[in-house]
Design a protein around this ligand. Structure first.
Ligand code: TXA
Ligand code: MG
Length: 321
């Protein structure tokens, strides 16, 4: 199959209406979208990504008003968060209605649902009239795509169309939030920080990120892995340990001069975590394509987006994939 990259929203809509899959831009990462109410389209998503069927998909809708068409009830804390952060990089885990196929949620009674903020994708959602299931548009286990070219690199010849909406502005996937009784749990760190969630709800947030249980949805430890081995930590000490190797360093704001690594990337010279997040996946891909032996990444400050960046780097560093 020939894969086309273009800017034609109506072409994308035609494919989606026909039950096909299309890569779409979102503010977080590119998604591999299909009609969330059409089981054939859902199967195509899993197949294109080579993703195990037990790993559920996020459902995207045009506005928060539409969420109630697909879920049983909306907790007050969810409404508060949506008022503040939707459209935007946050997904809500809610009890699904029957209209959402079990295939989408991998048999779970809960569906993850979000309103993306990218104008192109919002327009598609308004036109199609059906919600879009969309995982990140990368082959299962590799770094998420933050440009149309990244999608092409992983999925060309597998999908018919990639809708180019420019580089992703957030660059990290959505934060996944669930509500149990009066509690709020974050299952995946992402573009909305736990501090922001605490501020808006006035509640302490539980974290359930379990890297140790690969069978827990959303928690597969092989996620986000580049091909080169990657180590996260104190880069000066790591460089000592790996003397003699061709090293690519990923730093937050610093430049390494002595010893000078073969390659280095600075994610945000001004120390802006949003900029660092936006650059992270592109830089991981660029580093992975170098003639290097190993990637060494700094650990980020454990606050705000730094926590989500550390989470992605840590997952990228798991070697048993
Ligand atoms: O920002 C994002 O969320 C991007 C864009 C495209 O919207 N999507 C994304 O999808 O990151 P994906 O499939 O790569 O990651 C979604 C994660 C998965 O790890 C999945 O296990 C978890 O969300 N998830 C989805 N539905 C779930 C459910 N019903 N229960 C628990 N976890 C769920
Ligand atoms: Mg993904």
């Amino acid at each position: 199959m020939q894969t086309e990259i273009g800017h034609d929203i109506h072409k994308a809509i035609e494919f989606l209406k026909a039950g096909d899959v299309v890569a779409i831009p979102t503010e977080t990462v590119y998604g591999l979208a299909g009609n969330a109410l059409n089981e054939e389209a859902i199967v195509r998503i899993f197949e294109a990504k080579q993703r195990p069927r037990f790993n559920p998909l996020i459902v995207h809708v045009a506005s928060f008003d539409q969420v109630i068409n697909f879920v049983q009830d909306i907790p007050v804390d969810c409404t508060k968060l949506a008022e503040k952060f939707s459209p935007g990089p946050i997904s809500f885990l809610l009890n699904k209605k029957d209209i959402i196929p079990d295939l989408v949620t991998a048999g779970s009674p809960k569906v993850a649902i979000r309103i993306p903020s990218h104008p192109v994708t919002l327009e598609i959602l308004k036109h199609t009239g059906f919600p879009l299931a969309a995982p990140s548009a990368n082959p299962f286990g590799y770094v998420s795509p933050v440009s149309a070219e990244h999608v092409f690199a992983g999925l060309h010849d597998v999908i018919p169309y990639i809708l180019d909406g420019g580089p992703c502005q957030v660059g990290l996937e959505s934060t996944i939030v669930g509500f149990e009784e009066e509690n709020i749990t974050v299952y995946r760190l992402g573009g909305v920080t736990t501090e922001e969630i605490q501020q808006v709800t006035g509640k302490q947030v539980n974290l359930q990120l379990n890297h140790e249980q690969p069978d827990t949805p959303g928690q597969l430890k092989s996620h986000y892995a580049p091909n080169l081995p990657l180590w996260v930590g104190d880069v000066d000490s790591l460089m000592q340990v790996h003397t003699g190797k061709r090293i690519a360093v990923i730093a937050f704001k610093k430049k390494y001069v002595y010893p000078e690594p073969a390659f280095q990337f600075t994610l945000s010279p001004e120390g802006d975590l949003q900029e660092a997040a936006r650059n992270l996946f592109r830089v991981l891909r660029e580093a992975d394509a170098l003639d290097a032996d190993i990637i060494l990444a700094e650990r980020f400050p454990e606050s705000g987006l730094g926590r989500a960046i550390n989470d992605r780097l840590t997952r990228a560093s798991f070697i048993d994939r």
